[in-house]
Design a protein around this ligand. Structure first.
Ligand SMILES: [Zn+2]
Length: 403
C-alpha cells in the first residue's frame, strides 16, 4: 500500500466528495465536511475545482421562511450532463442498452430481441454497436459525447483485461470483447460479469446502499453471485467473479451446461427449469429451443396452478435456498439481495427458498442475515452497466480529463 502519495490522496478525497454529493445532493459544503470528515479547507479546494470542471453545479437555495430567515444557502449538486455513459446487458435472447447522465439517471433505453446463441463474438459486437448507436440517436446524443460503455454479461469475465474467458454467450475461448467494441465505437469500454455488475449497482443506487458487506444472487438464464467485502467487489485470485451457479448441490445430480454434475444452475436457472419440465413431460415435442419464450409460458402455467410444473419451480426455489444457505453459513453477510428475472415466478420460488434457508442455517446466523428480493428488469441491468463506467469516472485521477 502506497502512503503519503498526495495525488492518490486527492483522488480518494475527490471520489468521496463526489459520492456524497451523488447520494445526498443538493448538499451544502458543511454537510459534505460532516459526512466525509475532511477539513473545510480540503472540501473548499476539491469542490472549487469540481465546479470549475463543470462536474458540480452551484444552487442558491432560499432558506425557510421565519423570524431567523437569513441569506440564501449555497448548495452543491452533481451536474447530470457533465458526462454521458452507456450501459449494455447481454443475455442469451436479447441486448438491453441504456444511456445515462452523470447521476446514472436513464436518458433513453432500448431492448433488441435477438438470439445471441451460436453467433460469433464479432457478430455480437456488431449487434451491440447497432444497439448503442440506435439508443444514442433516440436520445439525441452523438457517440463523441459518450465517456464510456459498460457491458454486463454472464460468465467468467476478467474485467481488468476486458476479456471473457468463459461465457454462455461468447463461448469457451478467451474473447477480448472490450477491444472488439472499442474498435467499433471508438469509446472506452468495460466489461464485467453481470452478477458483479448487479452488486455494484445495488451498492450505488439499490438495496446495498450503506452496506460495506453484502451479497447479490442473480437468478436469470444463469445463476450468479456478486460479493462486496469491505466496500470492494471480491474478485478472487484471478480478477474473476464468483461462479455461484456451479456450486454443487448434489454430486449425482443432473448434468450442467458446464459439463459437471449437480450444479445449482442445473436446477434453478431458466435452462434447468426447462430441462426438468421436458423430463417431466410438461413440454410436447422438441418445440422451440428459445428458453426465454419457454420459461415465460412455463411460469404462467405454473402460476395458474399446473401442479407438476409448480413442483419444478418450488424445487428450483428450494435448491436456491440451499445455495443461499451455504453463502450464509460461509460468509454470514448482513444482507443478501436475490434479484433477477427468475423471481417472476414470485412465491413459487421465494417461499421454498426461504423455507430451505431456514432449515439449512444455524438460527444465530439466520437472524443476522436479511434477505431482500429485488426483481430487476432490462433497464436496471443496463443502468447498472452504465454505473460501472460512472464509478470509474468518479475514481479518475485529479484532472480535467476525467473521461
Ligand atoms: Zn455447472
Amino acid at each position: 500500500m502506497k502512503t503519503a502519495d498526495p495525488e492518490l490522496m486527492r483522488a480518494i478525497n475527490r471520489f468521496h466528495v463526489i459520492d456524497v454529493v451523488r447520494r445526498e445532493g443538493p448538499i451544502a459544503r458543511v454537510g459534505i465536511a460532516e459526512r466525509t470528515e475532511l477539513s473545510p479547507a480540503t472540501i473548499s479546494a476539491i469542490t472549487g475545482a469540481l465546479i470549475e470542471q463543470g462536474v458540480l453545479n452551484v444552487l442558491h437555495v432560499d432558506p425557510p421562511e421565519g423570524p431567523t430567515r437569513g441569506r440564501p444557502r449555497i448548495m452543491l449538486d452533481l451536474n447530470a450532463s457533465a458526462y454521458h455513459v452507456v450501459g449494455v446487458k447481454l443475455a442469451a435472447h436479447r441486448i438491453g442498452v441504456a444511456v445515462t447522465g452523470f447521476r446514472g439517471d436513464p436518458l433513453g433505453s432500448l431492448v433488441l430481441p435477438v438470439r445471441l446463441a451460436r453467433q460469433s463474438p464479432e457478430v455480437i459486437a456488431d449487434l451491440v454497436e447497432d444497439g448503442v448507436r440506435q439508443c444514442l440517436a433516440d436520445a439525441g446524443l452523438a457517440m463523441e459525447a459518450i465517456s464510456g460503455v459498460g457491458v454486463g454479461l454472464p460468465g467468467v469475465i476478467d474485467a481488468v483485461a476486458g476479456v471473457s474467458h468463459w461465457s454462455p454467450i461468447l463461448g469457451a475461448s478467451p474473447v477480448p470483447f472490450a477491444r472488439f467494441l472499442e474498435a467499433r465505437t471508438g469509446v472506452r469500454t468495460l466489461i464485467e460479469n453481470d452478477a458483479n455488475l448487479a452488486t455494484l449497482a445495488e451498492h450505488w443506487f439499490g438495496h446495498g446502499r450503506g452496506f460495506a458487506d453484502f451479497a447479490v444472487v442473480t437468478v436469470e438464464n444463469t445463476i450468479g453471485m456478486g460479493l462486496l467485502v469491505d466496500g470492494r467487489l471480491y474478485r478472487g485470485a484471478h480478477g474473476i467473479g464468483a461462479e455461484f451457479g456451479h456450486v454443487k448441490i448434489d454430486p449425482s445430480g443432473p448434468l450442467c451446461r458446464c459439463g459437471q454434475r449437480g450444479c445449482l444452475d442445473a436446477y434453478a436457472s431458466d435452462a434447468g427449469i426447462v430441462r426438468e419440465a421436458r423430463a417431466a413431460g410438461c413440454l410436447e415435442g422438441n418445440g422451440t429451443p428459445d428458453t426465454h419464450q419457454l420459461i415465460g409460458k412455463l411460469t404462467e402455467r405454473a402460476l395458474a396452478g399446473e401442479e407438476k410444473l409448480a413442483a419444478i419451480f418450488r424445487r428450483a426455489g428450494e435448491m436456491l435456498g440451499i445455495g443461499v444457505a451455504n453463502v450464509v453459513n460461509m460468509l454470514n453477510p448482513p444482507r443478501i439481495i436475490v434479484s433477477g428475472e427468475g423471481l417472476r415466478a414470485g412465491e413459487l420460488i421465494t417461499g421454498p427458498l426461504l423455507e430451505a434457508l431456514d432449515r439449512n442455517v444455524l438460527p444465530v446466523l439466520r437472524e443476522a442475515t436479511e434477505i431482500v428480493f429485488h426483481p430487476w428488469g432490462d433497464e436496471m441491468w443496463a443502468r447498472g452497466a452504465a454505473s460501472i463506467v460512472l464509478r470509474q469516472i468518479y475514481e479518475a485521477p485529479w484532472s480535467n480529463d476525467a473521461a
